[in-house]
Design a protein around this ligand. Structure first.
Ligand code: NAP
Length: 386
């Protein structure tokens, strides 16, 4: 098995963190070491993504001066810990962006749509995790391992972070595309409930408590009746899978499926790429998985794909099924890379590969990628000031 520099965990898979950028807290933390460093605002610091973001900012190299925490007026005055220090949350307002160099937005679409342009007008570079700007031609959609260069051209002062399902596979697909030339993607997702925010997690945990220790799951509708409230999901999540994520769009596609198609095309710079996605919600707390059928311009082999994936930044190859080694969400959750296993050449097509991919939807799928983009911007700002 080939890893990206990590040790072997008890779980039986390589456990790696910090892939794709600087890691560990630097020695010069504290107010004195922060003079002259860029000021960061985290908007939505209290949410599912925001909470993971504070952990990531505490683990990675301390490149920031002040870190300002912003949320709704409901959370103003709450104290949260980042970089080992308590910071008071302030309510979202124009004044909150005073002196901010980079503003991350981990808030609902409509809040980003309104406030990211305001932050940009105040002089900050906005890095937005919502879906508000992803397909705007004047807003780059960035995955640093794949298209870091795109972050430099941002006419609106806004950079978008892709959705978590696309992000959970795109680093691996970008590496394979660079070698073989991607022509088609057919994917099915197995998406965790935290993709629907804190409410999604609370819903599954409450449902699991109701079905634990019962004989439910043997009669039509018995689980549905027992769990009652389905929260943000269109069906019970405990003891079930639900073939629907996001909202219904034209011709029966869901918003999540269209995002995978449109965002993969934009990130890879392949506007004509054939992409088909079926998005399914599964009873996993955090970490999205995908089965991928990837077709290329050129013939592929498993050894060549292994070599590319094993050396790609931000990817861990975990592919030894004879020993029971392949990624699963239970082992991958809390780690940074994209994990790839079950690599096979399609039996009927020498130009196609079948893969199983897992990625933590709150880390690389959201907060980590945003933090990496912010670091790219911070390096650019720091270089331009020196
Ligand atoms: N969860 C994922 O896997 C994932 C992955 C990629 C992208 N995203 C995107 O990231 C964003 C945040 O998602 P999440 O899952 O973290 O949601 P969440 O758990 O519901 O958190 C929402 C955050 O937004 C804040 N907020 C809500 N309304 C606000 C307002 N009017 N003014 C200021 N702050 C407001 C909340 O503050 P209060 O606590 O004060 O209400 C909270 O901090 C969404 O756009 C989502 O689509 C999520």
């Amino acid at each position: 098995m080939t890893g990206a520099g990590g040790g072997r965990g008890e779980s039986g898979v390589n456990v790696v963190s910090g892939v794709g950028g600087v890691t560990s807290v630097s020695g010069d933390s504290g107010a004195a070491g922060r003079a002259g460093k860029p000021t960061l605002a985290v908007v939505g610091a209290t949410g599912a993504v925001g909470t993971v973001m504070l952990g990531i900012l505490s683990e990675r190299a301390d490149i920031w001066g002040e870190i300002r925490l912003i949320a709704s007026p409901r959370s103003a005055g709450r104290k949260l810990t980042v970089r080992g220090e308590e910071v008071e949350v302030v309510a979202l307002s124009e004044e909150a962006f005073e002196g901010v160099d980079v503003a991350m937005f981990d808030v609902p679409d409509e809040v980003s749509a309104q406030w990211a342009p305001i932050a940009a007008a105040k002089g900050a570079v906005a890095v937005d995790n919502s879906g508000a700007f992803r397909m705007d031609p004047d807003v780059p959609l960035v995955v640093p391992e794949v298209n870091a260069h795109a972050a430099r051209v941002r006419p609106r002062g806004i950079i978008s972070n892709p959705n978590c399902t696309t992000l959970s596979m795109i680093v691996a697909m970008g590496a394979l595309h660079a070698e073989f030339g991607l022509s088609e993607l057919i994917v099915s997702s197995y998406q965790a409930v935290s993709g629907a925010g804190k409410e999604g997690v609370d819903t599954l945990r409450a449902q699991l408590a109701k079905v634990a220790g019962t004989e439910l799951g043997t009669q039509p509708g018995d689980v549905r009746r027992a769990v009652g409230d389905t929260g943000p999901f269109p069906g019970p999540m405990a003891l079930n899978v639900v073939p629907f994520a996001g909202s219904l769009k034209e011709d029966g596609w869901t918003s999540e499926e269209l995002k995978v198609r449109n965002e993969s095309r934009k990130i890879l710079g392949l506007p004509e790429l054939r992409v088909t996605a079926t998005c399914v919600r599964v009873p996993v707390i955090t970490t999205h998985s995908l089965t991928v059928h990837a077709r290329f311009e050129n013939e592929v082999t498993v050894p060549a794909a292994h070599e590319i994936l094993a050396s790609a930044p931000g990817v861990v190859l975990c592919d030894n099924p004879a020993e029971g080694e392949f990624p699963t969400p239970a082992d991958v959750v809390g780690t940074d890379p994209t994990w790839v296993g079950r690599v096979r050449r399609s039996m009927d097509d020498p130009k196609a590969l079948e893969l199983f991919v897992c990625g933590d939807n709150l880390r690389k799928g959201a907060a980590l990628n945003t933090a990496q983009i912010a670091e790219v911007v911070a390096a650019e700002l720091t270089a331009s000031r020196n």
